[in-house]
Design a protein around this ligand. Structure first.
Ligand code: FES
Ligand code: FES
Length: 183
């Protein structure tokens, strides 16, 4: 490959992302992560860049209701999908039940991990609703999975909190699980 070609900037792709119910035409390099597209191109800085390598969960967002790590995802993969970030959870000025429960139960200290915790918790509740087992589900064939402490902790284990607000996070999730939690 000629050296000039090696040095030239990567070509850009025109991608239409649907985020929190709004379509955004965006132009960025194909290697752009979904996290960078959200933060740097759309200014949605709620999703956090903690490790940028899939270890902390701070960048968790929902795609068609399923939680994903946006730092490990290419934005171009998600054209036409429904992306939901923490900015899209409140409705008509009302906090989402999970957000309200995190406030009520002190589910955060510095708040850096909180958007990822809340998006992940919402995705986890969808997994319960859909009957998806986890590594600690005793009966894989069971129709209804018990919403137990072990299940919650296992399923939230990909979201780290350096402040150690785990007790409040757990209590908040337990409370919100009884509310209407679908976005
Ligand atoms: S920033 Fe994505 S997992 Fe840490
Ligand atoms: S509240 Fe500070 S990292 Fe979780």
């Amino acid at each position: 490959m000629p050296q000039a070609e090696l040095l030239s900037p990567a070509s850009k792709s025109l991608v239409r992302l649907r985020v929190n119910g709004t379509d955004y035409p965006l132009e960025f390099e194909p290697r752009t992560s979904l996290l960078d597209a959200l933060r740097e191109h759309l200014g949605l800085t709620g999703s956090k860049k903690g490790c940028n390598q899939g270890a902390c969960g701070a960048c968790t967002v929902l795609v068609d209701g399923e939680r994903i790590l946006s730092c490990l995802s290419l934005a171009v993969q998600y054209e036409g999908r429904e992306i939901t970030t923490i900015e899209g959870l409140a409705r008509d000025g009302e906090l989402h039940p999970l957000q309200a429960a995190f406030v009520e139960h002190d589910g955060f200290q510095c708040g850096y991990c909180t958007p990822g915790q809340i998006c992940s918790a919402l995705g986890m509740l969808h997994e319960f609703r859909d009957g998806l087992p986890s590594a600690v589900t005793p009966d894989m064939a069971a129709h209804a999975i018990e919403f137990s402490e072990a299940e919650i902790k296992e399923r939230m284990s990909g979201n780290l909190c350096r402040c150690g607000a785990y007790n409040g996070i757990y209590e908040a999730i337990r409370e919100a699980a009884g509310s209407e939690v679908a976005p």
